[in-house]
Design a protein around this ligand. Structure first.
Ligand code: FAD
Length: 484
């Protein structure tokens, strides 16, 4: 590798490059004005991932004192709790994203994958997630939620860091069931939500063709969900709302063929929720006509059909697969770090420093979110945990840069769990929060809590205006059924 020091206009990358970023030299592709204005003594903080963990660090880090670089294949943050609403048009896709570029040019951002971390040399090997040159017409290969290889294109490059935050999240679990990656939809990203919405509308438009038989209509309008966790349940609930409002109005006669079926190997859905809330959710689903097949095993998937051990062949128009998390390949392939044997997550101490294989901490590397877990503390893989860890870490880094004491060890404050179950009803489980006031709540009140919680959590002023505006507009005029 050739070490490149860029002054003035950056040269075209020719081969694998080292980008010495920060005080020493500007990074490739940053503007000249910005490069020359970087203070010389800033330490280089690199954040991997722009999700719940990484984006919060990016947002709140003291950019005057740190020279920050973000590496993420997405140039946006996904507000995951609103993705299910985006799949059916209750909200528009913009409502569930925040741009990374909001912080440019203060922050250097590369739309790229990090595919190797050298902890000893403090180097990151990265692969662009975009086509290298603007005149290349070929678009970057698509990464799905389960891809185990980095689909980047162009010339790989290397970055160095002084401090590193690993917040690369996790991938979707398929349990190696054949055909899932090829024929199912996942719901992890706003692009997935867009693909699902397109497919739902496609199924209805196809079923509406005069040449289609009723048997084919029944197949096309069977919407299957595998995985009865909160993501699967909220998607089923949103889909139910769509079928019983706009679809009933705009495709009269077709919704009688439509069916929502949810499969799970466990005896109940929503395994992490309190038993009484699970019963409420199951009862609500049954009453709303959503079929729940618990203790059912999906053995393989082919184009348009599931093979369920207990039922045989089940035709579908759309299959959404949501059966938990698989390790991120960067984390899986990382060496020189301690990892959890079961989940392959990076193990950290309670100050969130990544541990070496011998159990001693790296003083300059931290890991947060779904990619990491604190030694001997099994916290859930949720946005709540990722966000609280990010807030703690940002505070720590902002103190560290001023040579002040680090805060106390990280402590998780459980704020309860919420899930939307359709028809303006939700469940709220606060049993782990230590609150005696409202332990569990169901129905309309829980739904109000659900909406106000996510409205409060939206980050930008733009989305604080957009989210309630779309809720209101869609309530008055209905959801948008345009298929592009
Ligand atoms: P993510 O938010 O997944 O972000 C990971 C980031 O890393 C992404 O930007 C990704 O592109 C990037 N990345 C991946 N690989 C690399 C690489 N090699 N190099 C660089 N960057 C990389 N939790 C809740 O608490 N409440 C909810 O209501 C809730 N609802 C959810 C709904 C859905 C549909 C989903 C999918 C999840 C939901 N969750 C919820 C869980 C929550 O979203 C995750 O726990 C949270 O996103 C984890 O944050 P993270 O920062 O670790 O990872």
């Amino acid at each position: 590798c050739k070490k490149m020091v860029f002054a003035g206009r950056p040269p075209r990358p020719t081969s694998r490059m080292v980008l010495a970023i920060g005080g020493r030299a500007p990074a490739y592709a940053t503007s000249r004005a910005f490069s020359s204005s970087l203070p010389r003594n800033k330490e280089r903080l690199v954040i991997l991932g722009s999700g719940w963990g990484g984006y919060e660090v990016l947002r709140a880090i003291d950019k005057e004192r740190w020279n920050v670089t973000m590496i993420s294949p997405n140039n946006y943050f996904n507000f995951t709790p609103l993705l299910a609403s985006c799949t059916v048009g209750t909200l528009e896709f913009r409502c569930a994203t925040e741009p990374v570029r909001r912080y440019s040019p203060e922050v250097v951002a590369y739309q790229a994958w990090c595919d190797h971390i050298d902890f000893r040399q403090k180097r990151l090997q990265c692969m662009p997630a975009t086509p290298l040159l603007s005149f290349e017409t070929k678009s970057a290969p698509k990464a799905d939620a389960t891809t185990t290889q980095f689909p980047g294109t162009g010339t790989p490059f290397t970055l160095t860091y002084d401090k590193l935050v690993i917040a690369v999240g996790a991938y979707s679990q398929t349990f190696d069931v054949p055909g899932v990656k090829e024929h199912a939809h996942f719901l992890k990203d706003v692009k997935d939500a867009r693909a699902i919405r397109t497919r739902i509308l496609e199924c209805f438009e196809q079923s509406n063709q005069p040449t289609i038989s009723d048997l084919e209509r029944r197949k096309l309008l069977n919407f299957c969900i595998v995985g009865g966790g909160p993501t699967g349940v909220e998607f089923a609930a949103e889909l139910h709302d769509l079928l019983h409002t706009e679809m009933e109005r705009h495709y009269p006669g077709l919704t009688r063929f439509a069916k929502i079926s949810m499969y799970d190997v466990a005896p109940h859905i929503l395994g992490t929720f309190d038993e009484s809330l699970v019963k409420y959710a199951e009862k609500t689903f049954k009453r709303d006509g959503i079929s729940i097949f618990t203790s059912h095993h999906v053995e393989r998937v082919e184009s348009g059909k599931l093979f369920v051990k207990e039922q045989g062949e089940v035709p579908f128009g759309l299959l959404v697969w949501s059966t938990g998390l698989a390790p991120n390949p960067l984390v899986q392939s990382a060496s020189d770090v301690k990892k959890d044997l079961k989940t392959s997550s990076i193990i950290t101490n309670d100050h969130l420093n990544v541990l070496k294989e011998d159990g001693t901490p790296y003083s300059d590397v931290w890991a947060i979110g779904d990619a990491a877990m604190i030694e001997d503390a099994r916290l859930p893989a949720t946005a709540q945990v990722a966000n609280q860890k990010a807030k703690y870490l940002t505070k720590k880094l902002n103190r560290l840069v001023k040579d002040k004491d680090s805060p106390k060890p990280f402590e998780f404050h459980n704020q309860g769990s919420l899930a939307y179950v359709g028809n303006w009803k939700a469940i709220y489980d606060a049993s782990g929060t230590g609150s005696n006031v409202m332990n569990k709540e169901t129905g309309r009140l829980a739904w109000l809590l659900w909406r106000s919680a996510y409205f409060t959590m939206t980050l930008s002023v733009r989305n604080k205006i957009l989210v309630p505006t779309y809720w209101f507009l869609n309530w008055i005029f209905g959801r948008d059924l345009t298929r592009f």
